[in-house]
Design a protein around this ligand. Sequence first.
Ligand code: ATR
Length: 277
Amino acid sequence: MKKYLVIGNPIGHSLSPLIHNYWMKKYRLTGSVYEKRKVEEKDLKDVIKEIRENKIIGVNVTVPFKKLIIPFIDELDFVAKETQSVNTLYKVDNKIVGYNTDSAGFWNTVNILYPYNDDPSMPSPLEGKCVFILGAGGVTSSIISALYNKGAKIILSNRTKKKAEELKKLFPELEVLDWGKRPVVCDIVINTTSVGLTKHEEIKIDFSDYNKNFHKNILFYDLIYNPKETSFLKDARLRGNRTMNGQMMFLNQAIYAFKLWTNITPEIDDEVIKLLD
Ligand code: ATR
């Protein structure tokens, strides 16, 4: 039996088992199973030991362990190192490697609107743009890393300013703004806070003047996908801005993890979308 796992705390609501088990069945990986496990910080080293002993093949790591797991890992991929955030573990050449697939998962979705060519001679679609990021929690560094060094000015604001300043140590070009303030106009506004997970919770920042004609090109992106439309996105939609929730980012990070473990790139079909609804 090939066992895979998502670890976190809380973990009850994780949809990763549904998705990965669906793909394991679809791609006939009989004998593979993906489970969820609620762990404490003291359990992390035992999980790593289980991977070392091939009792577990691959692990997804979620809140609040994406950074805390790092001391137990042998190697980090470039993005995991840059973001200090690991969401996927896999043993390669007898070493436990920590990967970050959140960043690519996010970038893939924004890329639809801002097609980016890796050819350095081509101009970046983000050149001269402004991105405003709200929050400085566990996943924020992955969002920043996806957008960093692509020509956009990145402005970060978090209720607890110190956490935004900490991220500036990892990404020195960031501009930190006091919570509650906002830049005059930005092209992309991203909510990485947990505000909106509960209905009627609102981010108390006034975006009401983001409703002029040219503002229909502004993208409001919320990493939350349950509820599907937070008040942050609803307000944006009513103003005529573009909106996107975190569903495709979540699916994409799972696709990249699945690919790492199995060498299969699962396709996004109606069934898997239904699992998320
Ligand atoms: P962690 O910080 O443990 O990684 P998270 O759930 O990933 O937790 O992040 C929560 C994010 O939502 C943080 O940016 C948090 O702001 P603080 O750093 O000030 O705590 C933000 N957040 C949560 N509730 C909020 C609220 N009511 N208003 C503004 N920001 C909030």
